[in-house]
Design a protein around this ligand. Structure first.
Ligand code: ACO
Length: 330
């Protein structure tokens, strides 16, 4: 009997504070027209100073668990994809476990840049399909505002804060679930997108703070060039691993980093806009949370139907890239 890993719950959360392009005009030398035409972003949500990645993860997780009709102590495992853990250790997964339940559920943080949720879904579905676990909570949560340099206009305009969570469950009497995943990493491009200080290579010091090395650094043009190649590759290879072609894809849910990167993929596959989810205008780039946020929006709009072949695709720091192919429903 084949065990399928189905998504039985999905929950998302974005902080209430909205930072518009016009707000940013007062912070850095930029303007609404530049941001909108170069990135597709109009506004993003920003966490309160005291609001942590775990706080956001908790809110999204509770919604996902409620939809799955599960109590937290029925979970077998927790994977939190994040690039902005509350602390390097203990893990955000352990913090989340303590907030959700008094049961000692195992879990860990997974760091794969903005591809983290794709990696988490690949790991989680494998652990279910091989019979190791039956119920896994997957979370993508990032507080990018905590590592964004609001003096650097080339990055300050791009990022927002949010969290998304999915409950993944074992089912045997269904053809729904995760069909295949495709994962890649190539560390030779690591310097294109990095957080230079605060790790063991360059521990925090007065000097690193003075030089603003504890903020995200990005080579936007090179990252863009990488992304327009990586996304189509991951879509095609993920579908190939599932024994499908682009024609079979009902909905593409791409990482929301730049509208022009998404448009390049749409043109490459000659896709009808109905088959692609875009919500970057309202959230900006929320890293590992973009895909659950986009899935949730598509569902609210009635665009995510039972039995649909859905392709999730992302790229990010590492460099990493990858995709998951899901037959939606449970
Ligand atoms: N406002 C106004 N002008 C700006 C701004 C700004 N916010 N930022 C840059 N500019 C200026 C530059 O200084 C430059 O001016 P110059 O021509 O006088 O030198 C001009 O605009 C063009 O700059 P480019 O960097 O060439 O602009 P580009 O069209 O490449 O857009 C961007 C930059 C948006 C960063 C783009 O390269 C991009 O999106 N790259 C991919 C980024 C990405 O996907 N990152 C995330 C990956 S991983 C993750 O999701 C965390």
């Amino acid at each position: 009997m084949t065990i399928q890993a189905v998504v039985s719950g999905l929950g998302t959360y974005a902080p209430s504070k909205v930072l518009t392009n016009h707000d940013l005009e007062r912070i850095v030398d930029t303007n609404d027209e530049w941001i909108l035409t170069r990135t597709g972003i109009r506004e993003r949500h920003i966490a309160a100073p005291e609001e942590t990645t775990t706080d956001m993860a908790l809110r999204a997780s509770k919604l996902a668990l409620a939809e799955a009709e599960l109590k937290a102590d029925q979970l077998d495992f927790i994977i939190v994809a994040t690039n902005t853990p509350d602390t390097l250790f203990p893990s955000t997964a352990a913090r989340l476990q303590a907030r959700l339940s008094s049961s000692p559920i195992p879990g860990f943080d997974l760091q794969a840049g903005c591809t983290g949720l794709i990696y988490a879904l690949a790991m989680g579905s494998t652990l279910i399909q091989n019979g190791t676990y039956r119920r896994i909570l997957l979370v993508g949560a990032d507080k990018l505002s905590s590592i964004t340099d609001y003096q650097d206009r080339t990055t300050a305009v791009l990022f927002g804060d949010a969290a998304g969570a999915m409950v993944l469950e074992a089912k045997t009497d269904t053809d729904k679930g995760v069909l295949a995943s495709y994962l890649k990493a190539d560390g030779r491009g690591g310097d294109l997108l990095s957080l230079p200080a605060g790790g063991s290579r360059l521990p925090a010091s007065e000097e690193t703070v003075r030089d603003r090395q504890h903020f995200l650094k990005m080579n936007g043009n090179e990252t863009f060039r990488f992304a327009v190649k990586a996304m189509p590759e991951a879509v095609e290879e993920g579908l190939r691993a599932a024994g499908l072609t682009v024609d079979a894809m009902d909905l593409l849910v791409p990482h929301q980093a730049n509208l022009r990167i998404i448009d390049a993929a749409v043109r490459r596959f000659n896709l009808d806009p109905d088959r692609v989810v875009v919500n970057i205008d309202r959230y900006g780039n929320t890293s590992v949370a973009t895909i659950p946020l986009a899935l949730d929006d598509a569902r609210r709009e009635g665009r995510l139907k039972d039995g649909n072949i859905v392709v999730l695709v992302a790229f990010g720091a590492g460099l990493t890239w990858g995709s998951n192919v899901i037959r939606w429903g449970h």
